[in-house]
Write a protein of this length. Sequence first.
Length: 294
Amino acid sequence: MKQPVVANIYLALASALLLHCVCRTEGHRPVIIVHGLFDGPRQFETLKLFIMKSHPGTHVYMIDLYDYIFSLAPLWKQVEGFKHAVYPIMQSASDGIHLICFSQGGLVCRGLLATLDDHNVHSFILLSSPMAGQYGDTAYLRYFFPKLLKSEVYRFCYTTLGQKVSICNYWKDPHNQEKYLKTSSFLAQLNGETAHHNITRWRENLLRIKTLVLIGGPDDGVITPWQSSLFGFYDENENIVEMKDQDWFVKDAFGLKTLYLQGDLKKYIHSGVLHTQWHSNSTVYYESIDEWLT
Ligand SMILES: *[C@@H]1O[C@H](CO)[C@@H](O)[C@H](O)[C@H]1NC(C)=O
Ligand SMILES: *[C@@H]1O[C@H](CO)[C@@H](O)[C@H](O)[C@H]1NC(C)=O
């Protein structure tokens, strides 16, 4: 009489283990990758390999939209485009997804999360994204404005025409703040720097994520100031004001302070990483991305 009972226990244990294993391989949430300015999905093959190696069976989607020169399209337009690509993936992932967004793509993702009332993003990972704006005449800028000094860019960017170019949507000239607030149709709204009707809804939507991961570093070379990747930015004297001293943080204008107080905001600073290397660096991946993709 004893034997079958033991056998049954073994059987139950075995199936529990098996079930556990099935759950774990199926349990990896899909990962969606959104590229940055002047690049496309192809630049993220290495990142995909890192993810597949560490979490076998994960579905990794690299969205092939607004690549290369088309990444200059206005950001709200890009948000709409990415929404159509990303939404069906979210809907088919009952357990939610993770979102990794690089550089300018981080701003597209901010727009997505703000305006998608039923998104199911768990980890929102921002890889060297100019979250508090950009004010620097790096190689990227010279490509688009070969003859303009950074102190002059606002003359183009802070116009209706300028706001039709993605870079201008997050160009933040610390010496022309009034014009910025008046014309910025993207960043100033997202960061709650200007009042608008949707701010409460956008804030609630952002707060549905589980974790916000910010990654950046001093040797980036493109994001200026580099602290913008961690929500820091220049004041009018071009001194850095850290995230915690930013007006919109103190006022919790778009939910950042809430995430921080809940312990759901993680920051990683890596030295020695050039802008174009963030997504291909295994140290960066294993130290700051990997654990958030479960
Ligand atoms: C707020 O949302 C509505 C509907 O989604 C939209 O028509 C409107 O343009 C939005 N307002 C702002 C300031 O973005
Ligand atoms: C990778 O990242 C580490 C910092 O985490 C850095 O020291 C190293 O220089 C980087 N390597 C490359 C090739 O970018």
